[in-house]
Design a protein around this ligand. Structure first.
Ligand SMILES: [Zn+2]
Ligand SMILES: [Zn+2]
Length: 560
């Protein structure tokens, strides 16, 4: 075992001791030992226990720990501390710039247990008021985590979208008289992408290269018909080049996915594709034009053969926004500000407020008294804002046993209830599935919120049996949320079709914690389209009258 590895382990031990508020002198001893071992000029692992003890001021007890680590591959104290600490907290200790003191606050005061949640909390402005933090620290943590995410070479679609669209605008100006468009994962609106792909309907020439460089890209590799480049932030952008008359077919081929393109090609056997547009080529193959986001080789070819592709939902189909937060819990804008933005800027007909429930102490969840105070405010606002309507909702925590955290008397004061899991996320698939199903079977549950709790790129969700959960929603007439926050996009689009087949409605919910959060509905719509969702499958595509009746009917199913 190398000194570096030993030093790292000792450092982790000292950090965990600090996290669990152990004796400061002992912590200091271990932290110093870590530094010392790191600087030794010989391999300490090769020494006997006696020799270790004699290494300059290392001391008996530390030497014993190192001996144990080298020869038994364990330090019992470390093992015990790791057992007591959530995995995600241990991972957080590995991030430069967030020390144990801050992690104690993050973990104990804010109830955050991993990097994904931390990133999410930063984006929701939740760190600003925490002890020892401020907006500067919060910005710094966002930067550190984003750097860590980007170093994996994978990006959230939402993080590159603006750059990608600006780049395309610039390229279109630079490459005059040239067909140019996105292909690949980005064009298929995949939630995570590992770079951008661009197709140009022209030969690759020196002039083209010069223009691409003008757009701020560095060429990293060059082939006859392909260029690899990267931008200043390290995002990789591939360019493919083809003859102008091949552009239509090449768009299909390069957009993919590969199986989709191959299957389309099989239907085209021998046809002359020269000069034909994408749409013409699909028609030639006996198919309806297939939107890029549907090209995942699921059932899109079969549907398109029989002219039965869904008419995909658009942002303008949404008539209201459900599941949002305000200053009543952890939001940034007041209830009235949020509602007015929906009415006046988004031209919507209704707004659903779903502040956190009482178990979410870290997010100032509402106790029963505050619930009724908020509902009085809503009654007043509804008089003022009519015919626009605010629905009284709540994001009720699903407790570990699957129950919601208010009594039935309180639950029945809401127009609708979003039930979500926020704590104790470490569960087996069986446990998680049962926990959700119990909540779904609660007659007060209207919408199941972010079903797996995943944070894209930073935390996989708890494992669930999607079919069982969706079947339970079908049986209990519970809507499933498509949480539109680009970090969540949960329910995953791969399960939308199954939900639709079972007659389950989906709801595109921004989970907005501030006015700008409503914009996430754009990303929710992109994944809904990818999942094959039409307006008729979407709860908040209902107009005010329809959704009012929907909520009343759902509540009417509760047995008194
Ligand atoms: Zn939530
Ligand atoms: Zn929420």
């Amino acid at each position: 075992m190398e000194n570096k590895a030993i030093a790292r382990t000792l450092r982790l031990l000292s950090q965990l001791m600090e996290l669990h508020s152990e004796n400061p002198f002992k912590i200091k001893t271990i932290a110093n030992a870590a530094l010392k071992v790191d600087k030794l000029s010989f391999a300490i692992a090769d020494k006997s226990l006696l020799e270790m003890e004699q290494v300059e001021r290392l001391g008996k007890s530390t030497a014993a720990k190192i001996w144990g680590l080298v020869h038994e591959n364990s330090i019992p104290e470390l093992h015990n501390l790791i057992e007591k600490t959530p995995e995600g907290i241990v991972e957080m200790l590995g991030i430069k710039g967030i020390g144990p003191k801050k992690i104690i606050v993050i973990w104990k005061d804010l109830g955050i247990e991993n990097v994904g949640e931390l990133y999410y909390a930063c984006n929701e402005n939740r760190l600003v008021e925490a002890k020892g933090f401020g907006s500067k620290t919060q910005e710094e943590i966002i930067r550190i985590i984003e750097f860590k995410m980007a170093s994996s070479g994978r990006y959230l679609y939402a993080r590159v979208e603006k750059y990608a669209e600006d780049l395309m605008g610039e390229l279109k100006l630079l490459l005059t008289n040239t067909l140019v468009n996105f292909t690949g994962d980005y064009r298929r609106k995949c939630e995570i992408i590992d770079g951008l792909d661009i197709l140009c309907g022209t030969k690759l020439t020196e002039t083209i290269i010069a223009n691409i460089q003008k757009a701020g890209l560095t060429i990293t590799e060059q082939h006859t018909n392909r260029l690899s480049t990267k931008n200043q932030d390290g995002i990789i952008i591939y360019f493919d080049f083809c003859a102008n008359e091949e552009f239509g077919w090449q768009m299909i081929e390069k957009t993919g996915n590969q199986e989709h393109a191959t299957n389309v090609k099989l239907l085209l056997a021998g046809s002359d594709l020269s000069g034909k547009s994408e749409k013409e080529i699909y028609n030639l193959a006996g198919l309806q034009f297939i939107e890029p986001e549907l090209r995942e080789n699921t059932n899109e070819l079969e549907l398109s053969k029989t002219n039965s592709l869904p008419v995909l939902i658009n942002l303008k189909d949404l008539k209201g926004s459900l599941h949002n937060h305000s200053t009543w819990s952890d939001g940034v804008n007041s209830l009235e500000e949020m509602a007015l933005f929906c009415r006046d800027d988004l031209k919507m007909q209704y707004f659903g407020i779903c502040d956190h429930s009482k178990s979410a102490f870290y997010a100032s969840g509402l106790n029963e008294i505050r619930v009724s105070a908020q509902q009085r405010e809503i009654d007043e606002l509804n008089k003022k804002l009519a015919p626009f309507h605010i629905f009284k909702g709540i994001e009720s925590d699903i407790l570990y046993n699957g129950s919601l955290d208010y009594s039935d008397e309180v639950l029945q004061t809401f127009d609708f209830v979003v039930a979500s899991v926020h704590s104790i996320l470490k569960m087996t698939e069986e446990k998680a599935t049962q926990r959700l199903i119990t909540a779904i079977e609660n007659p007060f549950t209207t919408i199941l919120g972010h079903p797996t709790g995943r944070m894209l790129l930073t935390r996989s969700g708890y494992p669930i049996d999607h079919k069982k959960v969706i079947d339970a929603c079908a049986a209990n007439k519970v809507v499933i949320e498509i949480n539109a926050n680009p970090l969540r996009l949960d329910l995953d689009w791969r399960w939308h079709r199954y939900a639709i087949e079972k007659g389950v409605l989906l709801s595109v919910n921004p989970d907005a914690h501030r006015i700008s959060g409503f914009m996430d509905m754009h990303y929710g719509i992109l994944v809904a389209r990818k999942g094959g969702v039409a307006a008729a499958n979407c709860l908040n595509a209902m107009n005010l009258q329809e959704i009012t009746e929907y909520f009343i009917n759902k509540k009417a199913t509760v047995q008194p």
